[in-house]
Design a protein around this ligand. Structure first.
Ligand code: NSP
Length: 224
């Protein structure tokens, strides 16, 4: 099996994740600021936990060569994406201490601890299956948004976000992650118990991604 089998096995959830209303509003430049700010703060907390989970891939690897394969992504997360995120948040009036002081929302806790748990109780393939919807999904969203004629590319307050995830650096690092996942999945039969378990890990992580977008939208104060 390969990563495409994982996506095909949970098409509806995948669609709900990659075409979520949060993403549509961001693409049209109409997303309410409280939703975006909540997302940015939670995403900072997410990235820290995600880096911990990715570091688990080094712990779970059997050989030195496999340990090294996880290192570029851990480095990219800690030295590049998190730094970029902090700089980017400053443009929205959020300092690093604001980000650090933020409490983790329920969706952030549920999602990140699910990934850590799937990785800790399973092996390296379970871990990669739980990590995968992040990079694969954001790369797909980035590519789709720049290619879609309905995306507002001029005077869109969220253009930097679209450029980050459609950009060469992120696309390349996602492609490397997919290559590694496919290498590991090649030894598994999709229709075996093992294959079905991996689909369930991937599906659960994808459902958590839907909830993560939704918690951003839910942060918009109700108008009474
Ligand atoms: C929730 C989430 N998922 C994925 C990414 C892309 N690393 C992110 N920044 N935030």
């Amino acid at each position: 099996m390969n990563h495409q089998d994982l996506i095909n096995a949970c098409r509806e959830d995948w669609h709900a994740y990659t075409q979520h209303e949060f993403v549509q509003q961001l693409a049209r430049g109409v997303l309410a600021q409280p939703a975006y700010l909540h997302y940015l703060k939670q995403d900072f907390l997410f990235l820290k936990q995600y880096a911990r989970a990715y570091a688990l891939a080094i712990y779970k690897a059997d050989s030195l060569a496999d340990m090294r394969k996880a290192l570029p992504t851990v480095q990219a997360l800690l030295n590049s994406e998190v730094n970029y995120h902090v700089t980017y948040c400053a443009k929205w009036g959020l300092t690093e201490s604001d980000l650090e002081a933020e409490a983790e929302d329920f969706g952030t806790v549920a999602y990140t601890r699910y990934v850590l748990d799937a990785g800790m109780r399973g092996d390296i393939i379970d871990l990669y299956a739980a990590l995968a919807p992040c990079a694969i999904g954001y790369a797909e969203i980035g590519r789709h948004l720049v290619a879609d004629e309905n995306t507002k590319l001029e005077a869109n307050p969220f253009l930097d976000w679209i450029q980050l995830y459609s950009g060469e650096d992120f696309q390349q690092s996602a492609a490397q992650g997919i290559e590694r996942l496919d290498e590991l999945l090649a030894e598994v039969n999709l229709h075996s118990q093992r294959g079905r378990n991996l689909v369930e890990v991937f599906r659960t992580a994808t459902r958590m991604k839907i909830a993560f977008w939704q918690q951003g939208l839910d942060a918009i104060p109700a108008v009474i």
